[in-house]
Design a protein. Structure first.
Length: 607
């Protein structure tokens, strides 16, 4: 069907619509109470729309729609599809896919607390997202001090005769050594979850009850441990700022607008006490009303949050307020109140959060300006110290990584205007060199890079660098320059960077260039070199891990290509495969009892 035909036959039912461009890419996702009314509205009175909507409509070549039973279902689906496709014309939280969560693995017999960057429907409880890694680390340190849960990585506890160091320093109850029952351990995990939910008063009561019960049973050592834990929790609670004497559970959300971006601040109040705050940045918001901005944020934020509080205080009224309130109520399991205070203490709280959002926005803009200025200064210093004709806008750096000549790889990192361009990074497998020969490896990579530029220019090779840096001394530099002369690109300034003294070597010059200590130019060169080294090492490790898994599984009878791939997909590493028991191996659909037995016998763990 053509786009016109699809518009003609749209149903008057709730659902989600997906707009596509000429390349078939999803460029916008929206929800509607009535698909026919909402979608057709884009194509009526186009000139009256905002410039952003006009640009969207001009690019729409096709659309899909999904009918749902209710508008709440449409809202949930819209959030999930935006998170999945990240369409160009939808508001997206800046770098939200990288925000970490705290995960409590309550689906395990002895749960752990781990940091993860993806929420899954696996039975665990998630808290977050955390936009500030420092705050996340501080929370983890506090939890490990207050609640000594195990920190080992495997889901199933392996029984050991001697627990690890964490047990000896009282940071783990040592379920691996049989020093705690699953019931007692579970009680501590319940208190940990209450603490993360902001229910510290309940935590204190539970700890006090358990301490008194242990004392009544004459278990004085256990009672003393509970007493110390109780005092530690009380100390934390005493430092928390009281926001409301009514002991309410609230999220308070306000934002400040900048140049085509918005900084949103969220304060978390539980039982009247301020537990923490988070900030998020939204891009592409200039032509949106304040209500549209707030609505887009609330939908995206709570689609990622585990459970909303009873009350959400907002700076602006939401569009589709009733639908969003019903959705949040379903997530919470009870009614959620969305309020825009007009007077009194709650208005003052919202205004305070708004001021914090403005300060965060200003701080971010100042930090960005400082970063840009330091980058410009670094490039000017490099031009002067390296004797370049122009400021180097694009710098490429190459590094080699191998282990005794095996799995040799190379990295190419690109910095433009002093900033890393991750989408321009490239990695290479060394194909023509046997053994640990960095000189020949650099020559191969430089040749491949500039030959690609000559022929098709694909993969980011079509833009020539202003400066080339190879990680290494005169030998690596000579190898690179020899190839560059052969390919007719010797006019590009090229330098070898020695690791120990940070000296830059140049062709036909016996004296190295030493950048001034503590200069912006030196910091930039070090950062570029370190990034090339990191990128090469990461690639090398991934190849080495795959090689180790392949070599292990190749030797096991009954493990063919399909089973090898399935085991790798399920466990991810040779270490985890070697730790798996019979039941876990049989969970892999491609495995049978005979193959699992052969693998366990090969690993020396026959059953």
């Amino acid at each position: 069907m053509t786009l016109e035909e699809k518009l003609k036959y749209l149903p008057a039912k709730p659902g989600v619509y997906l707009m596509k461009d000429a390349e078939g890419q999803i460029i916008y996702v929206g929800k509607a109470r009535s698909l026919t009314a909402r979608v057709r509205s884009y194509f009526r009175g186009v000139n009256s729309h905002t410039a952003k909507v006009q640009a969207l409509v001009e690019r729409i070549v096709d659309l899909e729609y999904i009918v749902t039973d209710t508008e709440v279902e449409a809202l949930i689906l819209e959030c999930n599809l935006i998170k999945r496709y990240r369409p160009r014309y939808n508001i997206n939280m800046k770098d939200d896919k990288h925000y970490p969560y705290l995960k409590v693995t309550v689906n395990e017999e002895f749960p752990r607390v781990v940091v993860t960057r993806a929420m899954k429907k696996d039975g665990a409880k998630y808290f977050g997202p955390y936009t500030q890694v420092g705050a996340l680390r501080e929370t983890m340190r506090l939890l490990q001090k207050l609640f000594p849960v195990r920190r080992c990585r495997q889901p199933v506890v392996d029984k050991k005769s001697r627990p690890c160091l964490n047990a000896h320093i009282k940071r783990c109850l040592a379920p691996c050594g049989g020093q705690v029952s699953a019931v007692e351990y579970g009680e501590m995990v319940k208190e940990l979850i209450l603490f993360l939910e902001g229910r510290q008063d309940k935590v204190i009561k539970r700890l006090a009850d358990r301490m008194n019960a242990a004392s009544a049973r004459l278990e004085y050592e256990k009672a003393a441990k509970l007493r110390d834990q109780l005092q530690a929790v009380e100390n934390v609670v005493s430092r928390q700022k009281i926001i409301s004497s009514a002991q309410e559970d609230q999220d308070i959300i306000a934002f400040a607008r900048g140049n085509n971006e918005v900084c949103v601040q969220v304060f978390f109040v539980r039982q009247g006490k301020l537990l923490g705050r988070n900030h998020f940045f939204l891009k592409g918001t200039d032509e949106m009303s304040r209500s549209e901005v707030m609505t887009a944020f609330v939908k995206q934020y709570y689609s990622r949050a585990e459970q909303p509080p009873k009350e959400v205080l907002l700076q602006e009224k939401l569009e589709d307020e009733e639908v969003i309130a019903a959705w949040l109520g379903d997530k919470r399991g009870s009614k959620v109140y969305l309020k825009v205070p007009q007077r009194g203490e709650k208005l003052k709280l919202v205004e305070m959060v708004g001021r914090n959002a403005l300060m965060q926005l200003q701080e971010d803009e100042l930090s960005r300006q400082k970063k840009e200025m330091s980058g410009e200064q670094a490039l000017l210093e490099l031009r002067e110290r390296l004797g370049l004709e122009t400021v180097p806008q694009r710098i490429e750096c190459y590094d080699i990584s191998n282990t005794q000549g095996t799995n040799s790889v190379a990295s190419m990192v690109v910095f433009e205007n002093g900033q890393p361009k991750n989408d321009r990074y490239r990695r290479f497998k060394i194909k023509t060199v046997q053994g640990p020969d960095d000189f020949a490896s650099i020559a191969e990579v430089i040749g491949r890079r500039f030959r690609r530029s000559e022929h098709d220019g694909e993969g980011g090779f079509n833009v020539p660098p202003d400066v080339v840096i190879v990680d290494g001394g005169k030998g690596q530099l000579s190898a690179a320059r020899r190839v560059m002369h052969q390919l007719g690109v010797a006019h590009i300034p090229t330098f070898g960077l020695a690791k120990e003294e940070e000296l830059l070597f140049q062709e036909n010059s016996s004296e190295p260039i030493r950048l001034q200590a503590n200069s912006e130019a030196l910091y930039l060169v070090q950062r570029i070199r370190d990034e090339a080294h990191r990128f090469a090492i990461t690639y090398h490790r991934s190849l080495r891990q795959k090689e180790s898994i392949r070599s292990l599984l190749d030797e096991v009878p009954g493990i063919g290509p399909k089973r090898k791939q399935a085991l790798l997909k399920r466990f991810g590493s040779v270490k985890k495969i070697s730790q798996a028991d019979m039941e876990e191996l049989l969970d892999v659909p491609e495995m049978n009892e005979k193959a699992a037995l052969q693998l366990l016998e090969y690993l020396g763990r026959g059953v």
